[in-house]
Design a binder for this molecule. Structure first.
Ligand code: FAD
Length: 452
């Protein structure tokens, strides 16, 4: 289903550069690039932009088309407010790391603002406040407001919101932002070489193997949402994927702020031009056992906005790392020229900017204050031991069932679950998805289901 952004933004580059627009080239390029970025989503394109700005020769390889991954299905809130984050981080990772996380994400908002101004991008970028809210008991949010404020964020506790229902409490972050992501990327992607329809199959040293030939690069960045290589790196043991659903609605009262409900049935809201984006119904990928997610959202929306009309509906998924911190940096200690950006936990706008700036610095030999915090080499098992054990359990169950049941996921062989809502086969272990004919929809799998 087409997202509101895709309906609004028909064509994205590459469209003028014949070199970039040559899908299915039979031969690769034998002049090494300084950096090949794999994946043309928000993370890949921002990384390529800043590397090119620093004088590097960059190529982006994209399996489908520009921004056709999760980025076109985002709700595009640019915020350091990532759910109940700061009280949890202070408790689990310590105040020093929580402070770095807050600073990195606040700086990311500013970096978007500077970039939009510098490039004069018409993408409805606007500074707006962000709110977390609860309809239950406000104590947790009071704590969150206190924790975030102690880290220098403009955070306050309030019970006043623009929502069409009363709340027990809310945390307001000032100075956050929103934009139209594809309008933004239309401009950003016009500046460098991109090859669409070029799936990267493997990376061996400086060789990037694709169906269109072998490309050479000094360094490679995997900005593929879910990393494409299992070993080394073991990202399949370090995160799982979760989906949620979004409606774009006309005929609602306008709101100025961006809202995120922390209760189990909480909804996410933001204004985008004339429509209201109304999201919710999150669950682990592979656990959609029945239809009705969109209908439940629409019913809720109609309750609060009786005159609303659906303009678009879509869903998306994101990677959830166990310790709640994205994995950005060197892919593994055994792959010195391969880098990664993943684990954005449904907050990939600021995380993609953090990744782009960090990877630019790393690849240009500049010290970055956030390198250690986001390093994929950090030990994160202790902070997220419960999620780690759950994910290992799910993988073992999926693999064992995959020995006896069909269809199996081509990624690692786990049994796939039928998703009646979206008529797809979804992997509960690692989140790959396929349409009803077995055609690949979402990674980490890199090919369609065969022989089933
Ligand atoms: C419902 C929902 C709402 C969200 N709303 C927000 C929000 O309001 N604010 C926010 O900050 N975040 C939000 N997010 C998260 C955000 O949308 C994502 O984190 C972000 O878009 C991920 O960007 P990406 O570049 O990492 O991945 P993607 O956009 O998925 O890009 C990865 C690209 O890599 C390509 N690729 C994959 N494998 C290969 C390969 N082997 N070879 C070549 N190319 C390959 C894919 O085709 C894809 O184009 C939301 C997420 C969900 C699920």
């Amino acid at each position: 289903m087409e997202s509101y952004w895709r309906k609004q933004t028909n064509s994205l580059p590459p469209d003028g550069n014949s070199e970039a627009a040559a899908p299915g080239a039979e031969k690769g390029n034998d002049v090494p690039y300084d950096v090949i970025v794999v994946g043309a989503g928000m993370a890949g394109l921002l990384t390529a932009y800043y590397l090119k700005e620093s004088g590097r020769r960059v190529l982006v390889l994209e399996a489908k088309t520009v921004a056709s991954g999760q980025t076109e299905r985002t709700t595009a809130k640019i915020t350091s407010q990532h759910g109940i984050k700061y009280s949890t981080l202070i408790q689990k990772a310590g105040k020093k790391r929580a402070l770095l996380y807050a600073k990195a994400n606040e700086e990311a908002i500013l970096s978007y603002e500077k970039l939009v101004k510098k490039e004069q991008i018409d993408c409805q970028f606007a500074r707006v406040p962000a709110f977390l809210y609860t309809r239950k008991e406000g104590t947790v949010l009071r704590e969150e407001a206190k924790a975030a404020a102690s880290l220098g964020i403009d955070a306050t506790f309030t019970t006043e919101t623009e929502l069409p229902f009363p709340v027990e409490g809310a945390v307001r972050f000032g100075g956050q932002a929103q934009f139209s992501p594809l309008e933004f990327l239309r401009h950003i992607a016009a500046g460098f070489e991109i090859r669409e329809h070029t799936m990267v199959r493997a990376v061996h040293g400086s060789q990037v193997l694709t169906d269109a030939g072998v490309f050479l690069a000094e360094n490679v960045v995997a900005a593929t949402h879910y990393p494409f290589r299992n070993v080394p790196g073991f990202y399949f043991l370090r995160q799982h994927q979760e989906r949620s659903y979004v409606l774009a609605l006309s005929g609602c009262d306008d709101i100025r702020g961006m809202y995120y409900g922390v209760d189990e049935d909480g909804i996410s809201l933001r204004q985008a031009g004339d429509v209201l984006l109304f999201g919710g119904g999150g669950h682990r990928t592979g656990e959609a056992k029945q239809c009705g997610a969109y209908e439940a959202l629409l019913e809720k929306a109609k309750y609060y906005y009786p005159d609303c009309r659906e303009v678009a509906r879509w869903s998306a998924q994101d990677c959830m790392p166990h310790d709640g911190i994205p994995l950005i940096g060197r892919y593994s200690v055994f792959t010195p020229h391969l880098y990664v950006a993943t684990g954005f936990q449904k907050w990939g706008m600021t995380s993609a900017m953090v990744a782009a700036l960090l990877l630019r610095d790393e690849l240009c030999g500049v010290e970055n204050p956030y390198r250690k915090l986001f390093s994929p080499q950090r030990l994160c098992v202790r902070a997220g031991i419960r999620d780690f054990l759950t994910d290992v359990g799910m993988s073992v169950k999926g693999l064992v069932r995959g020995l006896f049941c069909r269809p199996r996921c081509p990624h690692m062989g786990c049994e796939l679950e039928w998703n009646p809502q979206e008529r797809s086969w979804d992997c509960p272990c690692h989140g790959s998805r396929f349409d009803e004919d077995g055609k690949l929809l979402d990674n980490p799998a890199k090919r369609d289901i065969e022989n089933w």
